[in-house]
Design a protein. Structure first.
Length: 149
C-alpha cells in the first residue's frame, strides 16, 4: 500500500468516524433506512418486495413508494394487516399510518423511433393543405412536415 493510499484511507476513516461528522450521520441514516427496508420486506409478501420501497418513517407515519398505481392499490388493501405486523417490531412499534406514493422506477428512455417516410402522394397532399391555410404558423408547420423527408 502506497503512502498516498494510506493517507487517503486515513482521511476517509477520520471523516466517517468523527463524532459529529455530517458524512458519518449520513452513513448512519442510510444504514438505518436499509435496516427498516429489510424489516418491511420481511413483513411484505415476496411478490410485493420488488415494487415497494420505504421512503421515510417519522412520528408514526411510514411513507412508502409503489412503482405503479396497481401496486399502490394492493398496498392500500394490505395496510391494516401491514400495520399490525409492523407494530410487533421494535423499529415500527409506534406506527399509526402508512402513506403510499406512486413513483415509477427510473428506466432508460427508449431510443427514438424513426418515422416511416411519407409517400409522394401524402407529401403532395400535405403541401396542398399547407397552401390552403390562412394562418402562416399552421401553414409553416405542414410545410415543415413535408420537408422533414
Amino acid at each position: 500500500m502506497s503512502r498516498r493510499n494510506y493517507s487517503a484511507e486515513t482521511e476517509i476513516s477520520r471523516l466517517l468516524n468523527a463524532p459529529h461528522s455530517a458524512l458519518a450521520g449520513l452513513l448512519a441514516r442510510a444504514q438505518k433506512m436499509l435496516s427498516l427496508q429489510d424489516q418491511l420486506n420481511a413483513a411484505l409478501p415476496p411478490d410485493y418486495q420488488d415494487y415497494c420501497q420505504l421512503i421515510s418513517y417519522r412520528n408514526g407515519l411510514l411513507t412508502l413508494q409503489a412503482d405503479t398505481a396497481a401496486w399502490s392499490t394492493k398496498l392500500r388493501f394490505r395496510e391494516p394487516q401491514l400495520i399490525k405486523q409492523l407494530k410487533q417490531l421494535k423499529s415500527f412499534n409506534d406506527i399509526q399510518k402508512i402513506k403510499i406514493k406512486v413513483r415509477p422506477k427510473y428506466t432508460k428512455t427508449n431510443p427514438k423511433i424513426k418515422a416511416k417516410p411519407l409517400s409522394p402522394e401524402s407529401t403532395e397532399h400535405l403541401r396542398k393543405v399547407a397552401e390552403s391555410f390562412d394562418q402562416p404558423a399552421l401553414s409553416a408547420a405542414f410545410r415543415h412536415i413535408t420537408e422533414a423527408e
